[in-house]
Design a protein around this ligand. Structure first.
Ligand code: ARG
Length: 461
């Protein structure tokens, strides 16, 4: 079979080495983007009078037919002809349909820029889908927060009880990180939004292509600055993989929190039966397998990022075949990320908050900071208050008691500043109500944050 570059060679390539270098089995995913890119390129050639109007019309018609056939029959974009890559597939199909005119399409163009434009077009259409999936995950957390109402739970630092918070505040903390992922993808989209065509193989093209018109036709907001840079630039792939890695780290941390908080030891949330699996041996087990898989798969996506950075590191300027490795990294990261987003949404969707358990856990010695704040309000410097309360906590630990079991006499043994009002001041509810800042767990702040998150969600759909 003749390849796109066969002319220079007397013999056929070694079959195994050809298969080794072929990318069609994974870059067929760029089919639609490749045809769109070629449609625009044919338009550019026609505007530059490189193609006759008749040839341009035949090419456009042939490419449209190919696009349609691909969309009604996914099996069409298949390997039966032994094509090297998606570019070869489309060009061969075109020539099969329209003959000689099809052989004029590649004028002034290189696969080096073609693969770059395809990948950019692909990311530009996939990023909004990933952002929508992140928004769905946020929605599932918001629904859980709604269901938790004004339930309290402990917050943790060093995985030790820290201070009482609203359950909704905890859930919104994860929403906040996920919203950064949406924004980060927006930045990747912006980086990707650049037309590489016009760069040729590396030095630019000798035909009078209006690259600005081409950019507009393909929906790019700017054109490339340097043709040498274009042929070797996959920074936008690295940026996407970095966004995917952080996105997966966020999902992994959500998974870890829910693995812990649904365990017998915590019991804060209940996993639905549909989101758990049993043990083949131990009849009592209800395992959070989907969450564990999400946590595990984060390593794989981070591996795709580090692998890709290493592939890029030592490349000389211009296109090098190493760059072909970008696609499997990108597609696998995308699939893994999307799969994990769906898994987390579905697990969270079926989850229930055990309000009694979270509320019980939110009382006790984690009110110590509030006791110190009480003394500060009575005029004691914070450092002194910290010491007074420290001693009080030591005593309570010895006596296995808690603040709410202290009589006013007990309180006063530690400081004469304690009054009757201390009992009402030192409760979990009083603790969250005393918080003042907009990012705090005060009920008003959390209600506003929840409303703002819902408003953000409604703007995205
Ligand atoms: N399949 C190649 C890739 O993914 C397309 C570009 C080929 N260019 C070349 N000069 N071999 O990078």
């Amino acid at each position: 079979m003749a390849h796109l570059w066969s002319g220079r060679f007397a013999g056929d390539p070694d079959a195994d080495l050809f298969a080794f270098g072929s990318s069609f089995r994974f870059d067929r995913r760029l089919f639609e983007d490749d045809v769109r890119g070629s449609l625009a390129w044919a338009g550019g050639l026609a505007r530059a009078s490189v193609l006759s109007p008749a040839d341009a019309a035949a090419i456009a018609h042939g490419l449209q037919q190919i696009l349609e056939q691909g969309s009604i029959d996914p099996a069409f974009v298949s390997d039966v002809h032994g094509d090297e890559d998606v570019h070869a597939f489309v060009e061969r199909e075109l020539i099969a349909r329209i003959g000689e005119a099809g052989r004029r399409l590649h004028t002034g163009r290189s696969r080096n820029e073609q693969v770059a434009v395809d990948l950019r077009l692909y990311l530009k259409r996939r990023i909004p889908a990933i952002q929508a999936a992140i928004a769905e995950t946020i929605r599932s957390l918001v629904d859980l927060a709604d269901g938790a109402g004004d339930a309290l739970m402990p917050s943790y630092t060093h995985l030790r009880r820290a201070q009482p918070v609203l359950v909704a505040h905890f859930l919104l903390s994860h929403c906040t990180a996920l919203r950064r992922d949406v924004d980060r993808l927006g930045a990747v989209l912006d980086e990707t939004d650049e037309l590489p065509l016009g760069s040729g193989a590396i030095a630019g093209t000798s035909y009078g292509i209006d690259v600005h018109a081409l950019a507009a036709a393909l929906g790019f907001s700017r054109i490339a600055r340097n043709s040498i840079d274009v042929s070797g630039d996959r920074d936008f792939v690295a940026s996407f993989l970095h966004a995917a890695s952080l996105g997966m780290i966020h999902l992994s941390r959500i998974a870890e929190d829910f693995i812990l908080f649904t365990s017998e030891e915590f019991g804060f949330f209940e996993l639905s039966d549909a989101a758990a699996t049993g043990s083949s041996l131990m009849p009592q087990k209800k395992n959070p397998d989907p969450l564990e898989l999400v946590r595990g798969k984060s390593g794989r996506v981070i591996g795709r990022l580090t692998g890709w950075l290493v592939s890029m590191k030592g490349l000389p300027a211009g296109y090098n075949k190493d760059l072909q490795e970008d696609k499997e990294a990108l597609f696998d990261a995308e699939d893994t990320w999307l799969g994990c987003l769906r898994a987390v949404s579905s697990v969270v969707h079926g989850m229930r908050t055990n309000v009694e358990t979270t509320t019980r856990a939110a009382s006790g010695l984690l009110l110590a900071t509030d006791v110190a704040d009480y003394l500060v309000a009575k005029g004691l410097p914070f450092r002194d208050a910290h010491e007074v309360v420290g001693a009080l906590v030591r005593r309570l630990l010895q006596e296995q008691r808690s603040f709410d079991q202290l009589s006013i006499t007990d309180w006063r043994e530690h400081s004469s500043l304690f009054d009757e009002d201390v009992r009402a001041a030192i409760t979990p509810l009083a603790s969250i109500r005393k918080k003042r800042t907009p990012q705090s767990t005060s009920p008003e702040a959390v209600a506003a944050a929840l409303a703002e998150t819902k408003e953000w969600l409604s703007r995205r759909t």
